[in-house]
Design a protein around this ligand. Structure first.
Ligand SMILES: NC(=O)c1ccc[n+]([C@@H]2O[C@H](COP(=O)([O-])OP(=O)(O)OC[C@H]3O[C@@H](n4cnc5c(N)ncnc54)[C@H](O)[C@@H]3O)[C@@H](O)[C@H]2O)c1
Length: 269
């Protein structure tokens, strides 16, 4: 085995990737599979997972390494059942990538609908971070597995983006909980980190950032003007950092949120 495979490779590990039917998390899953891990996609959309699983299997050249389990992360019973099924597939689970999330509604603060706010908070904070970690950390503690959790935060977590109040609140809380969970679980050898992607074109934000002809909307132009490296992110830009955080190379790294944003956060005048 090469030095890099030994240090950064994910051979012998199994990763659950929530939101695995979506744009960014399926790309991360592909990276993990190509780095040697078994992959179990978790999502509420089985058709999307089937499609992504085929792509990932082709990319890593082994369809036995890729599975998927349907789950509604808003429901704890559903998470518990999905975990039970998942452990049976490859015998154990060592990595959790908490990627499910998204936004609903955008507008002035004075027009915020409580039900939309509650839905988005629940999706990104409870379903997208706390509940899967709660269940999988319990399984790891009971089985003495030194697992690794990777959460997905956002630029909106550092400095709220206009009009998306609940999403910004939830992603700030994801960074807060990344540190809290890291401290709480360190004594079991469990690490908890996060990435904070900049602006990546995905189904959930395509209309916000791009016109039908592919040119940037005004909001897209505003983002590009604040991104020193230029351009929107591509999903594969997330694989290097997530493989590192999941690997034994990061064995003393916990509680950090790593921005992958083309410099958006260090923009100045
Ligand atoms: N695209 C970006 O620019 C960007 C930037 C920063 C952070 N993020 C975050 O990255 C993550 C992935 O985003 P994406 O852009 O790939 O979005 P996406 O919509 O393509 O993926 C999200 C996935 O979550 C799944 N999901 C939603 N509700 C669920 C539920 N109740 N149970 C199980 N699965 C559920 C969806 O079916 C979908 O496949 C999200 O947490 C998002 O907030 C995205």
């Amino acid at each position: 085995m090469s030095y890099l495979d030994k240090k950064y490779g994910l051979n012998g590990k199994t990763a659950i990737i929530t939101g695995g039917g979506g744009t960014l998390c399926s790309a991360i899953a592909e990276g993990f599979a190509c780095a040697g891990a078994n992959i179990i996609l978790w999502d509420i959309r089985p058709d999307a997972m089937k499609e992504k699983a085929d792509v990932i299997a082709k990319a890593c050249g082994d369809n036995k390494k890729v599975s998927f389990v349907e789950v509604n992360l808003m429901e704890e019973d559903s998470i518990a059942k999905a975990l039970e099924k998942s452990i049976k597939i490859y015998g154990s689970v060592e990595i959790l990538l908490n990627g499910a999330g998204g936004n609903r509604g955008k507008g002035p603060l004075v027009d915020v609908k409580t039900e939309d706010f509650e839905f988005v908070m629940k999706l990104n904070l409870l379903a997208g971070c706390i509940l899967p970690t709660k269940h999988i950390a319990k399984y790891w503690i009971d089985n003495k597995i030194k697992g690794s959790v990777i959460n997905i935060a956002s630029m909106a977590g550092y400095n709220p983006l206009s009009g998306i109040w609940a999403y910004s609140s939830a992603k700030a809380a994801v960074m807060n909980q990344t540190m809290g969970h890291a401290k709480e679980l360190a004594k079991y050898g469990i690490r908890v980190n996060a990435i904070a992607p900049g602006f990546f074109i995905a189904d959930q934000n395509r209309k916000l950032l791009l016109n039908d002809d592919g040119t940037p909307t005004q909001r897209g132009k505003d983002v590009l003007a604040k991104t020193p490296m230029g351009g929107f992110g591509l999903p594969e830009y997330l694989t290097g950092a997530t493989i590192f955080l999941a690997s034994d190379a990061a064995q003393f790294v916990t509680g950090v949120t790593l921005p992958i944003d083309g410099g958006y956060l260090c923009d100045n005048i």
